[in-house]
Design a protein around this ligand. Structure first.
Ligand code: PLP
Length: 397
């Protein structure tokens, strides 16, 4: 007989997922309610209101896409981009490449600019490219978890307004732990996930859509046969995905409550509690907390004699990339941390794979005890797998 779920105790100090806040887990154990029950629709409205505060927006269209963060990204891009539309993607890590890949699948005409991993873009470089490409959408990641860099966005919003471009941002890794001002910065669509600074599990993608982006999306609305009314007229090029069709999903979350998917109720409970935690703490205080524990981790690893990767002035608060020293087996170190200390840290992708460890301090784990425990364990493991092991190998050969 296969037993009940009984996961090992782990301290998740990688780039996400991190341990969920116990309050979120408790909220997720609540009983289901029918999707058009007045309590449920009121709870959906509360969730929208909470996420307006989290994103720093008054956008009416602020809700959840059911699925992991990537579902939010796909929903945004497939709903905004028609085949042949030009999109500009500044790529500064793995998740910029993901935006390119998704935009290509929307059959958009994709243009990129790149900086080396570990850097961000100066606003002038983005504006030059916007002038040259004249895209419909500028799609950018705020915090690219693969490199830990955090792209400044305030100027990009201004540039997009000036050139009449829609600005989409993937804030999955950064929201809640780094400053984010959707309206003040002039963003049109932003998406996120719960498993980083929001302190929840992956599986729900909060999204916010400006009025002008909602108009662009609604100009492509095709309501499904079987639920459409006589007033529903097809507009424009039909959005290529049904599940991620934001025109229909907005009608599901809006006053019309037009049936689309069955809301993932348990994820909604979790997402609502994640937002409640942040709003209760205060967004500015939460960002401060991430800055404090991020700095403690950064100075802690430097204190162990390790070097930090990339432009530290543009690093996200909530994750640090640590260069793996010569002579140290990075995967073995991670293995010992996990097996003997129950602590998970990450490696990275592409050009950084095997070259850096990524250590997160986010959400529920942006805490003094989590930082100190991780540093103490790393110090101990490096003592046994680092210099001493390298020296032992010399003697053994
Ligand atoms: C910046 C960024 N975007 C997108 C994703 C994809 O998120 P998910 O795995 O929840 O689909 C991640 C995951 O780490 C991320 O860090």
């Amino acid at each position: 007989m296969i037993g009940p779920i009984d996961p090992p105790t782990r301290l998740l100090m990688g780039p996400g997922p991190i341990n969920a806040d116990p309050r979120v887990l408790r909220a997720m154990s609540a009983q289901l309610v029918g999707q058009y029950d007045p309590w449920m629709t009121a709870t959906m409205n509360e969730t929208m209101e909470l996420y307006r505060e989290v994103f720093g927006t008054r956008n009416e269209q602020t809700f959840l896409v059911d699925g992991t963060s990537r579902a939010g990204i796909e929903a945004a891009l497939v709903s905004l981009l028609e085949p042949g539309d030009r999109v500009l993607v500044p790529v500064f890590g793995r998740f910029g490449h993901l935006l390119v890949e998704i935009a290509e699948r929307c059959r958009a005409e994709v243009h990129t600019i790149e900086v080396p991993w570990g850097e961000v873009f100066p606003a002038e470089q983005v504006e030059d490219a916007v002038r040259r490409v004249r895209p419909k959408v500028l799609a950018v990641v705020q915090g690219d978890t693969s490199t830990t860099m955090c792209q400044p966005l305030a100027d990009l919003g201004e540039i997009c307004r000036r050139h009449d471009v829609l600005l989409y941002c993937d804030a999955t890794a950064s929201l809640g732990g780094n400053e984010f001002e959707m309206d003040a910065w002039g963003l049109d669509v932003a998406t996120a996930g719960l498993q980083k600074c929001l302190g929840g599990p992956s599986g729900s993608a909060p999204i916010s859509v400006s009025d002008r982006a909602a108009d662009v999306i609604n100009a492509r609305k095709h309501v499904e046969a079987g639920i459409r009314s006589d007033d529903d007229v097809d507009h424009g090029e039909r959005i290529a995905s049904n599940y991620l069709d934001l025109a229909q999903v907005m009608d599901y979350w809006g006053p019309r409550r037009l049936n689309h998917h069955t809301e993932a109720t348990t994820m909604l409970y979790g997402a609502r509690e994640c937002a409640r935690l942040l709003v209760e703490e205060g967004l500015a205080a939460a960002v401060e907390r991430h800055a404090l524990h991020g700095r403690a981790m950064l100075e802690g690893v430097q204190g162990l004699g390790l070097r930090v990767f990339g432009d530290v002035d543009h690093k996200m608060h909530n994750v640090v990339a640590v260069e793996i020293p010569d002579g140290v087996d990075g995967d073995r170190t991670r293995g010992v941390l996990l097996e003997e200390f129950g602590i998970e840290i990450g490696t990275s992708f592409g050009p950084l794979h095997g070259k850096v460890w990524r250590i997160g301090t986010m959400g529920y784990n942006a805490r003094t005890d989590a930082v100190l425990t991780t540093l103490a364990a790393l110090e101990q493991v490096l003592r046994t797998t680092g210099g001493v092991t390298a020296a032992q190998e010399v003697y053994a050969s």
